[in-house]
Design a protein around this ligand. Structure first.
Ligand SMILES: CC(C)(COP(=O)(O)OP(=O)(O)OC[C@H]1O[C@@H](n2cnc3c(N)ncnc32)[C@H](O)[C@@H]1OP(=O)(O)O)[C@@H](O)C(=O)NCCC(=O)NCCS
Length: 193
């Protein structure tokens, strides 16, 4: 996969074509950073993810659906949110990445919100999105953390396939409708070159 550069939010990188050489022929994805102008598509994907997978995310659909657009615009501004799909400018998956601003923790980044629509799953799209983020922040960030629901086998396998390792288990991390969900805490220590 090519080593991409992720543009600033003011000048989002142009669409990047990523060829995944898997199986016979491989797959081609189009990935790019989503900007404020992509509010509608980002908001639709995010709300769909929260609605259809309530156990997979820390935010509930009910609280997100009532938020003003400015909150989603702010997410697009202050996070690196990569969208991807099989056709240019058609986004069926996204992954978020953020670095906290505080001095003592800004050597660490966080991957969040990873989602691929059911019709595009198992083609390597989520993996390509996360690998692209990893490649883009290599050299500036020392580790990337994320959390995944303890019963979410597909997502845990996805992260393991990218080199993430578990470093802890947060018991009762999420509470939804009186039910608790444990979360596996995972980390990828970045190459130091
Ligand atoms: C988890 C999710 C993002 C995976 O997206 P995807 O685009 O289908 O994932 P990829 O095709 O890139 O998968 C890469 C690897 O992850 C693992 N994987 C992904 N889905 C899997 C599944 N259903 N079963 C087993 N392994 C799976 C495999 O190792 C796969 O590699 P392989 O296909 O060569 O075996 C998607 O299923 C999804 O959106 N799920 C609902 C929301 C969610 O759980 N998000 C994660 C929150 S932490």
């Amino acid at each position: 996969m090519a080593r991409p550069r992720i543009g600033s939010n003011r000048s989002p990188m142009r669409t990047m074509q990523v060829r995944q050489t898997r199986g016979q022929g491989g797959m081609e994805f189009y990935l790019r950073r989503l900007a404020e102008a992509d509010l509608a598509v980002y908001k639709a994907l995010r709300l769909e993810a929260l609605r259809d997978h309530p156990d997979a995310f820390g935010t509930s659909f009910e609280e997100a659906v009532g938020l003003p657009d400015t909150v989603f615009e702010q997410q697009l501004r202050s996070n690196l949110i990569l969208g991807g799909g099989f056709e240019e400018e058609r986004f069926d998956a996204f992954a978020g990445f953020v670095v906290p601003p505080e001095e003592k923790v800004r050597h660490k980044g966080i991957i969040w919100g990873v989602y691929a629509r059911p019709e595009v799953r198992r083609a390597g799209l989520a993996k390509a999105l996360i690998q692209t983020i990893i490649d883009a922040v290599q050299g500036g960030i020392e580790q990337i953390q994320l959390s995944v629901g303890a019963g979410n086998g597909p997502a845990e396998r996805l992260y393991r396939s990218l080199g993430f390792e578990p470093y802890g288990l947060e018991k009762n991390a999420l509470k939804t409708g009186g039910r608790y969900i444990d979360e596996i805490l995972m980390v990828l220590h970045m190459r130091q070159d």
